[in-house]
Each structure stands twice: as C-alpha cells, then as structure tokens.
Design a protein around this ligand. Sequence first.
Ligand SMILES: Cc1cc2nc3c(=O)[nH]c(=O)nc-3n(C[C@H](O)[C@H](O)[C@H](O)COP(=O)(O)O)c2cc1C
Length: 179
Amino acid sequence: MRDLPLPKVYQLLEPGPVVLLTTAAARRGRPNVMTLSWHMMVEFEPPLVACVVSSASHSFAALRARRECVIAVPAVELAPKVVAVGNCSGRDTDKFAAFGLTPRPAARVAAPLVAECFANLECRVADTRLVNRYDLFVLEVLKAWSDPARKRPRRTIHHHGYGRFVVDGEAIRLKSRMR
Ligand SMILES: Cc1cc2nc3c(=O)[nH]c(=O)nc-3n(C[C@H](O)[C@H](O)[C@H](O)COP(=O)(O)O)c2cc1C
C-alpha cells in the first residue's frame, strides 16, 4: 500500500453518473443548466437524492430561491456538451442556446426538462439543513420521465476527476437482496 493524497479520495467513491441539473430563472434571467456529479440516492420512496451544488455557482442561487430543479441524465453521446456546460456559468452564458440543448416544459416544476437526455427527474427541495454547511440539498423526485425511444444500453458517463471519465459498460446479473 502507498500513501494516497486525500484530495484523490473522491475519485475512488464517485457516485456517478454525471447529470445535468436545470433551474428556472431566480428573478429576471433565464433557465439555466449545470453539470453535477456529486449526488447520491438517500431513499427509495419517495425517491430522495442528495446533491452538492456549489454556493459559487449561479444554479445555487436559483435552487435556493425556487426550491425546485430537474435532474436530467445524459448518455455518453452528450459527453462533450455535458463537460462544456460544466465549464462555464449561466451568469454570462445562455447554456441551452450555446450548447444546443432543448428545454422542454416540466409537469410539476418550473425548471425545464432537457430533451436530449434519456431520463428527466422533476425535483423539489425537501431538506436544506446541510446547505449552509456543505452546499448539500436533499431533493425529492416528484415526477420521473424516461425516453422510450432511447433503448438500453444507455451508457452513462462517470467522472473520475481531472478530466477523466469512464463510460458505463457491461451489465451482469447477480442475486442481490438490495432492490
Ligand atoms: C464533470 C463535472 C462535474 C461537476 N460536478 C459538480 C458538482 O457535483 N457540484 C457542483 O457544484 N459543481 C459541479 N461541477 C461544476 C459546475 O457544473 C460548474 O461550476 C457550472 O458551470 C456551474 O454553472 P452555473 O454557474 O451556471 O450554475 C461539475 C463540472 C463538471 C465538468
């Protein structure tokens, strides 16, 4: 065993897949989209998802003010756009227009779905107790969409840090007591 620098720990435990998180305009302005890889499931039903949305981001202010968002799940074909979305800010860029992503109205929230993604999850903020401390929002999924035109395998992308991504690969079946 060798010493592993602590800043590299997150690369071992990446929760994957990289997703897009959209928000409606906070006051004036436009809908926005950011790239997010720090998220995890915390409950089956209703589905709860914990997400770290940096307070330095434009999305943070919109999420805190509107208390809702959409988590859109892209497949590998969208990877270059997904990374580009994560390398700029909605403060000065209309990212839907700049990256050719199509916003679609959602059913339960004002934030838009992303038409190019194979799944979209409409969410409301369910718990903000860890926002001040860790920028961590617990979201409840109110409505979920899946695109039937995009059949499996839908190969998601997983961030291993510093520009390295792994693409979801072979599926295997094993008996598991976990749902
Ligand atoms: C692969 C990738 C993963 C990212 N994951 C996160 C994340 O989990 N949380 C976060 O706050 N920012 C994350 N970012 C950075 C944001 O996407 C980036 O700051 C974004 O441009 C913020 O946009 P906004 O200012 O329009 O909200 C990630 C960026 C990339 C490229």
